[in-house]
Design a protein. Structure first.
Length: 285
């Protein structure tokens, strides 16, 4: 297995996939992105271009850096084209166990023998996902945070089958991307989702019972506990549907009332109020 990672493939051109691809391209990696939806793929490239242009306008990077990042980006026409010459593949599809397993199985059939296969899952069991791969020692969790350009944390998840070399490669890639890295074992919710979801669900229950407004609850955590962003605004960025899926998974696997999704969350998801991506969640965007 080569430790010299040159090309990264990202599967999924949604918010997280494009964000990860942008960070990778800015870090000097060649990047190929694939999505089953051609429309999503085209929209993803435009979204990344717009994000880079805004960053350049704010003086966060130079015009040359922006041009170089875009020159490293390829939108692949097929899964095979995306991963066949990749050294690291990061799947960033929706948080669904069966979907992620099918992606990893397909990636395994096309990826080079040396390639590390990473999942951006925030809560699903890596050991189960790894069973879909031809070589479970190459499967690892690389959990990025939304938006990746702003939030520097990278949660690396190693299973009991993940090779030490795969873990080290993931760390080196994270370091090159300028990430703050933590490493955890494969456990429901890992470290971040397990803690973050409890805080977010309790904040929702407080809104539901009229303890305080979403804005005041968030301000309490931002100014009282120095959180960069309150739990409800964070939920709007993550997506209420994603929060609900994680909560249901943790409640099923860990039990405990702290993981039971409140009715206010279920109702807003049912109404299509999923946060920033739909224009309304706990806030109007």
């Amino acid at each position: 297995m080569s430790a010299d990672i040159q090309k990264i493939a990202v599967i999924g051109a949604g918010t997280m996939g494009i964000g990860i691809a942008q960070v990778a391209a800015l870090s000097g990696f060649r990047v190929s992105v694939f999505d089953a939806s051609a429309d999503a793929l085209a929209a993803g490239r435009e979204k990344m271009k717009g994000s880079l242009e805004r960053a350049a306008a704010k003086g966060m990077l130079s015009g040359a850096d922006m041009a170089q990042a875009l020159s490293r980006l390829t939108m692949a026409a097929s899964m095979k084209d995306a991963v066949s010459s990749a050294d690291l593949i990061i799947e960033a599809v929706p948080e669904n166990l069966d979907l992620k397993r099918s992606i990893i199985k397909e990636v395994s059939s096309f990826a080079p023998q040396h390639a590390v296969i990473a999942s951006n899952t925030s809560s699903l069991p890596l050991t189960e996902l790894a069973k879909a791969a031809s070589d479970p020692t190459r499967v690892i969790g690389m959990h990025f945070f939304n938006p990746p350009m702003v939030l520097k944390l990278l949660e690396i998840v190693c299973t009991e089958h993940t090779s030490e070399e795969s873990c080290q490669i993931a760390r080196r890639v994270g370091e090159r991307m300028g990430r703050e890295i933590i490493q955890v074992k494969d456990s429901p919710g890992f470290a971040t989702s397990r803690l973050g979801v409890v805080l977010a669900l309790e904040a929702m229950r407080m809104v539901e019972t009229g303890v305080a407004s979403a804005e005041d609850i968030d301000r309490a955590m931002e100014h009282g506990y120095k959180h960069q962003m309150g739990p409800l605004r964070t939920t709007d960025l993550v997506g209420l549907d994603v929060r609900l899926a994680i909560a249901e998974h943790l409640h099923k696997t860990l039990g405990g009332e702290q993981y039971r999704a409140p009715e206010i969350l279920r109702m807003r998801v049912k109404e299509g109020k999923l946060g920033k991506k739909t224009g309304q969640g706990f806030y109007k965007w």
